[in-house]
Design a protein around this ligand. Structure first.
Ligand code: 4AD
Length: 429
């Protein structure tokens, strides 16, 4: 079996062969240092005249950044080295010389880095982000599976709009028109009636013609849906969930958070319950600040930052005006101008990471809303069936993975939270 750097601690005192890429190399008198990268970690390989092959010392001079090499040596304990070990190297076999690797330690512009994203992801910081993303993904599955939810994949091709018609990606489905899914929610409501507690987790698509630090065209969303849950239950589930994923990253990704220089003291405070504000209370905060915000509107990024800066935990805003929410959101019975909706705003100005609420379960009102939103009742017949055959109360939410990664990693832009981001004006590489 091939040896990987992440496993070297198990081989202290033994001779191993590693393959990888040159991360850095330098000489100092009789000693030469090769910092080897194999994707699983970094390992300092030390070539000492007299203890390694003469040829290795000669070839060392040919090493360039990202050249592929094979190294044999003895694993030694070294607390100061990455991973707590180093290699007393004996041989150096160059497998492929890399000329002019485009990304050097100097500063590059964002456009250049994005054009070279396929190479940029090899860097230490990008590596740390992708590892934290993977930890969050696995925490997502563990949380819902551990709570008795059944993973139910939602389709990507759909005949209907879930989140309004302005951000739909239209495509051809043989002789019919189809759209790329904006959300799996409607399907999860059907799954909740079948399975009680269901969730989907997958890519979703929004043709948002805006270049902001929070918007991607293709982003991953996890969407739980729970039969017989109300708005309060929904917020409780969401806060437990967010506490869990933050806790998992703090526990299992300490090194990566350090690489990113993330201030973890703010993350340590993310413990349920979270503060909960009625939309009207959030509006009061904004009106006091005199920002020009108008009651009844949705919050912009600045508004969200003002609201969330009042707290050191994420904050829920609930009961948004019905007029600014999607057709499926249940209207409050006492005052239908407000809806049983909730968004969760992250700390430190990272903005909305969750959107959700209680679903309209009264067939007549649902059909009326579908018409009012100018949506096709025929295409949504299957969805209205859920309230025709065994109507049930149901709530759920969607957490955007990339915004969550951005918040937990402390990044200024979502473009670094996914290996190959799709953004407005960028589909390469
Ligand atoms: O608030 P949204 O639009 O809610 C829904 O799609 C519901 N159907 C979810 C549900 O109830 N099952 O989106 C949910 C989350 C947002 O809070 C945000 O984190 C993320 O999805 N999101 C985006 N992330 C990156 N780029 C975009 N363009 C995003 N749009 C939404």
């Amino acid at each position: 079996m091939h040896n990987y750097i992440s496993d070297l601690k198990k081989h202290i005192g033994k001779k191993v062969t590693l393959k990888g890429w040159v991360y850095n190399s330098r000489s100092s008198g009789k000693i030469k240092f090769l910092l080897l990268r194999d994707g699983t970690g970094l390992c300092q390989c030390i070539y000492f005249k007299g203890e390694c092959e003469e040829k290795a010392l000669e070839d060392f001079a040919k090493l360039t950044q990202e050249t592929t090499v094979e190294v044999t040596g003895v694993v030694r304990e070294e607390p100061r080295s990455p991973g707590g070990v180093e290699l007393g190297a004996e041989t150096l076999n160059i497998l492929h010389i890399t000329k002019d690797f485009p990304i050097s330690p100097k500063d590059h512009g964002v456009d250049f880095l994005m054009n070279n994203r396929h190479l940029w992801i090899r860097s230490k910081k990008q590596n740390a982000i992708l590892r934290i993303r993977a930890e969050i993904v696995s925490a997502i599955y563990d949380f819902f599976n551990g709570k008795g939810f059944t993973l139910s994949d939602a389709p990507i091709f759909t005949p209907n709009a879930c989140e309004g018609t302005s951000t739909l990606f239209e495509t051809q489905y043989f002789d019919e028109k189809a759209y790329l899914s904006q959300s799996g929610q409607l399907y999860m409501e059907a799954a909740a009636a079948a399975l009680g507690k269901a969730y989907c987790f997958g890519p979703t698509f929004r043709a948002e013609k805006s270049k902001t630090r929070r918007h991607l065209i293709e982003f991953w969303m996890v969407e739980p849906e729970v039969a017989f849950a109300n708005l309060k239950d929904n917020m409780e589930l969401a806060e437990q969930f967010v506490e869990y994923i933050v806790g998992r990253v703090l526990k299992n990704k300490k090194e990566e958070l350090k690489t990113l220089e993330r201030d973890t003291s703010t993350l340590e405070k993310i413990k349920a319950p979270f503060p909960k504000l009625h939309y009207k209370e959030a509006v009061e905060i904004l009106l006091k600040k005199d920002t020009g915000f108008k009651d009844g509107n949705d919050f912009g990024a600045t508004d969200e930052t003002i609201i969330s800066s009042q707290f050191d935990k994420p904050v829920f805003v609930h009961h948004y005006p019905t007029a600014i929410k999607a057709f499926y959101m249940k209207e409050e019975e006492a005052d239908p101008t407000y809806s049983l909706s909730c968004d969760l705003l992250a700390t430190e100005g990272y903005g909305e990471i969750i959107g959700g609420g209680q679903r309209e379960d009264r067939l007549e009102i649902l059909e009326k809303k579908i018409k009012e939103h100018d949506l096709n009742l025929e295409h949504l017949k299957w969805y209205t069936d859920l309230r025709r055959y065994g109507a049930f109360q149901s709530s759920g939410f969607g957490l955007g993975l990339e915004r969550t990664v951005s918040w937990i990693c402390g990044l200024s832009h979502v473009r670094e939270t996914i290996a190959f981001p799709r953004m407005y004006g960028r589909m390469y590489p």
